[in-house]
Design a protein around this ligand. Sequence first.
Ligand code: CO8
Length: 259
Amino acid sequence: MRYETLRISIEEKILTITIDREKQLNALNTQVIDELHQALKEAYGDEKVKGIIITGAGNKAFVAGADIKEFVGLNKEEAFRLAKKGQQLVFDFIESGSKPILAAINGFALGGGFELALACHFRVASANAQFGFPEVGLGIIPGYGGTQRLPQIVGKAKAMELVLTANRINAEEAKSLSLVSQVVLPEYLIETSKQWMSQVLSQSPEAISSAIKAINAFYKEDRDAGFNTEVEEFSTCFLTTNYTEGVDAFINKRKPQFK
Ligand code: CO8
């Protein structure tokens, strides 16, 4: 399928989705939200795709937020629908994805852009990346899950500080808060992101999906759901040939060959 606001490429089982509205700093308008949903849906159903990287076009912005121009004249119901639709189509869809998804953050990750990065399973940033929630300065609040996912990662106090002050933080600060796994020079961002993804893809794919589900269960529901999902997913792994392979490889002191 062809997209107007995205570029898609695949290399060694890793699909890279580049949000391609460079002049608008890759701001998320409704078309980007719809196309991102479609591209992710295709990727989830495509046997050739094992992992996904999301990044932004150019070297200035990952995503500078939701497209503010689409907010003009919205009433409460329309604003509700816009936020809800985006959460379901993209942000929850990424978080609950059965394949690992990494955000390669190549510049500003503000508002909805920060939220997009937070919805991914992990993050790598270029040294020029900046993160922040400018929403309160626009008279609104984060609406694509930021008030929920930021405190889950950095804790309530830091999340309150960042959301209420609208202060931006740089890549190194993001690293110190565990928001990103690694900070690299911009020219190495995609290569390094692929290395992280390859490390994930060298494991059992069913175990990766199960781990994502189990970790998410606590945050989506509660502590009991988290532990119950972990037991359920743990035991489901025992139905896979990759489990047999992984355990056999360990016992026979060889490297596993996962399918
Ligand atoms: N929306 C629309 N257009 C944008 C956005 C955006 N978020 N960000 C940048 N642009 C556009 C600018 O309007 C400008 O367009 P034009 O050339 O036509 O005037 C172009 O991108 C380049 O931007 P600047 O000239 O402003 O570039 P600077 O280098 O001077 O500044 C900044 C870069 C600091 C990133 C600046 O562009 C900026 O502050 N952008 C807005 C950041 C922001 O406030 N983001 C949060 C938006 S609100 C949000 O994300 C809510 C999420 C939840 C929504 C739920 C329901 C939809």
